[in-house]
Each structure stands twice: as structure tokens, then as C-alpha cells.
Ligand binder design. Sequence first.
Ligand code: 1YM
Length: 640
Amino acid sequence: MSKIDAEHYTADDIQVLEGLEAVRVRPGMYIGSTSSKGLHHLVWEIVDNSIDEALAGFASTIYVTVDKDDVVTVRDDGRGMPVAIHEKTGISTVETIFTVLHAGGKFGGGAYKVSGGLHGVGASVVNALSEWLEVKVCRDGNIYFVRFENGGHTKEPLKIIGKCDPEFTGSEVRFKADPEIFKEGTAYDYQTLYERFRQIAFLNKGIKIVYRYEKGEVKEHTFCYTGGLKEYVAFLNRNKNVLHEDIIYVEGLDEETNISVEIALQYNDTYVSNIYSFCNNINTIEGGTHEEGFRAAINRVINKYARDNNFIKKEEDSLQTDDIKEGLTAIISIKHPNPQYEGQTKSKLGNAEVRKVVSDIFSQGLSRFLLEHPNDAKEIIEKTITASKARIAARKARELTRRKNALEVSSLPGKLADCSSKDASISEIYIVEGNSAGGSAKGGRDSTFQAILPLRGKILNVEKARLHRIFDNAEIRSMITAFGCGVGDEIDLSKLRYHKIVIMTDADVDGAHICTLMLTFLYRYLRPVIEGGYVYIAMPPLYKIQKGNAIRYAYTDIECEEYKKEFVNNYKIQRYKGLGEMNPEQLWETTLDPKVRTLKQVTIEDAMDADNAFSMLMGDEVEPRRNFIIENAHYANLDI
Ligand code: 1YM
């Protein structure tokens, strides 16, 4: 029995003693579900233990490997799990960790369990849900080993299987998830693991995570950010124009409550905010008291600074939260010994004391930054003042236009050639670039279920425009009215008039740009429509190859080469520069007819990454934009 364990164990430490059988009977109760999400939870659980050991100051590097057979190996260079016989259970502590369920977080000695949160169920749950699991511990110059099979049954008690360098200590856990529990399969997703390990590394500065994925082509990545949250914010703003180079960074520990607070923020020149909060490395997507404390503090400090330095004068000019949020990228990360979560998905931090702790620590740090960086402070205050002016102007504009509100469905736009069907589930709307293409589309479509809305020129760049300007734009208003489902916070998908919204632009750079603008608009203001899978991109052909009466349409250069080979010689080839060059029949045959057309469905997997992609697309560089359209959007290729 190690000294720490002997001294600190009380009956409360092991709060729930039940068999691992209970976990197998009701896995959902412990890991949320047995879908892919639950499967990944097994990895988070083991990695959390290594993270805790790193946060306690004993481990520096964590290796995670997923091999081709879905076996996961997690290894750290911490103290090594305790191997002595455990006082309460009479078996080694390692075996106790993996076979005794403990619902409470505090299992070990000294430090509280930091990482993990929502479920935080412990290594024994992973064992219970594994076909087999092996633990190796390096401690006191020995290698200890134990193996469990069939949901946590000890095959043979802990034994020494070899020697290791007495200088080295550490733990390794290998396991294979049980396919009888995870009926959808035991395959881990490369990207899901990648993004989470990157996030953990950002949230815990200095910790090194080496991630290796051996399925298919072997991939290995090392994540280590000595700048922690500062680097996280820089990463989120990487494709944006920032208003100040120095990232504001505040950290502090409240000794009374043992809550530690870390916050980083930086303004960019967009009109959107990206504020993410975490408690014990868990993303609190519903916010909570840490966000409230942050908001209260930033409000108070920015207003005080603006007033003290004569940026604003009258009381009525106060900057509001919305003004201060504009263009703000911020990460709030706290570590709490006893977090309480509430909300629909149990991802809202509820502890009341956190509000003041965060607010006090952050107020101090932010005030100090503003004092020490007067030029940055000026940029920030001016940005928020501009935002407040725009907000006031927008309110006036809204009041004026209340009667014929663009956001409500009134009469359909004149340019819309609607379809005769009123059944949204079969109705489609093609948003077409340019009037001539619009004409061909109107002539070529099947008007029973296909509506055409031609757009003139480029729609407003919504990233750069504020909300009230967006609704002044005639093209945007036409779209909103035609869709019928409202916009922004007021979306009602049941009123959507078409279940396919198809963006149809020329296959050139301008077309790609317009398509991007459309996607940006939809992403920002009609996100549920994308999430619902209603948005598509039409794929018009690039070439027409004709020999006598035989006509082939090629949608890619490779296809074109194939048709040229097929015809051998004496063929005519036409490259379509724009949709307008196609007559109505050709447009029907190639792009509108559901039997032959190719549509790409637009989905948004990850709002964080998508936000970045859209910002990057709005930059001045054409090339990254083009590449994005071709490669990065998460389009599923569908033949519909
Ligand atoms: C690959 C997974 O579990 N590492 C790990 C776990 C523990 C310790 C060190 C540890 C903790 C303490 C003392 C302590 C755990 N120990 C316990 C318990 N890696 C991995 N590394 N000595 C070693 O907290 O006091 C639970 S986890 F309960 F035994 F202390």
C-alpha cells in the first residue's frame, strides 16, 4: 500500500460499489450511448487519467495509438498507477482501479480529478465494455502487468513480467472495445480523435500528445502548445485580420475555492464572435456561470476604460454586450474541483461561486492589459463603438421597415419562377447566377416541382456586412422570401417551401465565388437549412463533345478525355464558359433532370472549422477560395 493511499482513503472515496456487470447491462447510463460517440468515450476516459497525471505535474507526454484492428493504446510517463495491495479491496490498486466502479471523481490521493466531466466514470467502465484490456505499469524498476477479459474479468492477478529502467515510471493501457456492446462497430474516427487531442493540447499548455493512427495509411501527429490558450485563439483567428497582435491572456487561481481560471482573447475585423468555454477540459456548449462572469467583467472593464479615456461620454452611450462581442474570439477555461452541470445536455456550468471568481480574476487582467497596451485598447474600443453605432442605426432601420418586414413571408419576389407543387418535400428551387442562365433554366425546368430564382451579380459579402445591411440587399431578401422559413433566430423549417435548395453557378472562379458567398450567407443566417440537408450545389458540365448525332457531356477533364478517345476523331468539342451558353434543352439534359444530374449535398460537420473556412474564403486571395470549393467543403457526392 503506498503511503498516499493509506493516508487518504476514506469510505467516501469509493462512493458506489457495484459490479462491472451493471455497466454491461446499461452501458448508456455510463457512457451516454453505445454509438460511435460512446465508443470514443472509452478513449477519452483513459486519456483523461493520463491528463490528470500530467496536470498533477508528474507526466509530460501521452502517446495514443489506434492500430488497424481497432486496439487502442494509451501510455504516459507519469508515476505509474499504484501497484500495492489496496486496503479496502485486498487486491492491487491497479486492479481496483479497473474493476471497482466509483461514481465519485476522487479516487486517488492528493489532487482532485480534473479532466473529464460530463460522465467522468473511470477506467473500470472502459474495462467493463472491452473484449479485453491490458495494463502495464513501470514503477520501482519493475514492469507490472495485468490482463482482463470478457468485460473486466481478471485473467491473472497483477504480476511482474520484467525489469525497466528504475529512473523511468509510467502507465500503459491497451484495450479492444467489445463489439457485442458496440453493435455499430468498434472503428474509431481519425478526425474525431485528432480534433479532440488537438483541443486537449491547446487547453493544457505544455502537455505533449503523440497521436498515431494505423488504419489505412499510417498517420502520426504531435500536439504540444507551450502558449496554451494563446495559441488556441491565434489558431481560431488564423485566417482573419486581427485588430491587435498581442493576444490578451489572463490566468489566476482562487485559493479559497481552488478554482483556476485561464482566459485568452483577441479581436478580429469580422462581425461575428467565437466564444468557447470549458470546465475541466469539457466544452460547456451551453455556457454557464464562468461565461456569465466573463461577460460581466468584459462589459464593466471596457465601459470603464472607454469612459475614463473619453471615448464615450454620456451614460446612454454605454457599450452593450453585443457591441463588445463583435469580432471577438475568446476561450474561457476553468478547472473546478467539484463542477455541477445543468441544462438540456448537462453542458452548462452551474456553480454559482464561479461567477465572481472568473469576474474578479479577468477584470484585473483585462484592465491591466488595456492600461499597458493603449494602442490595442484604442483599436478595441473604437471597434465596439462602431458596433454600437451600427446597432442603434439598425434598430432605427428596423423600426422604419417594420410594416413590410423582409423577414416575414409576404408576396413572393417578382423574379421567382415558382413551381406549381405546394408539397415542399418534392419541390426544388434553383438559385441561378445571371439573367441569361436564369432564362435558360426557366425554359428547361420541369415547372411542376422546379422553381427558378435568378440572382443578379454578386450577392452582398455577408462576412463584411453588418446584419441590417444584409437585409437591405434585394437579392438576399428575394431568397429569404422565396424560402419562406424566416431567418436568424426566427427560423421555422416547417415553413421551408423547398426541400432542395440548389445553388447553380458557372464552373469558373467567379461562379465559385458566388457559390461561396451563398454558402456564407446560408451558414450565418440559415444554418438549420444546411444542417437539415436541404442545400445542394448543381454540377453543370464543362464540355460538350459531339460527333454527328452522338452527344456526350463531360463534367470533368478526365471524362472529357475519355469521350475524345471514344469518338477517336472528327468530333466537335465545346467548352461551356457559362450556364448562359446552354439552351434550355441542354440545361435540362445535363443539370436539371433528376435522372441524370449530379448534385452535391452541402453539410456542415463542425461549426468551428466551417467558420474558419468561410472567413478564409472571404479573404482577398482567390486561390485558397478556389481550393476550398474544390476540396474542403464537406460535400457528399450524391447522385440524385
Ligand atoms: C494510460 C492511462 O492511468 N496514468 C496514471 C493513473 C494514476 C496515477 C498515475 C497515479 C495517481 C496517484 C498516485 C494519485 C492513477 N492512480 C489512481 C489511484 N494512464 C494512467 N498515472 N500515483 C499514481 O492520484 O494519488 C487512479 S488513476 F487511484 F490509484 F490513485
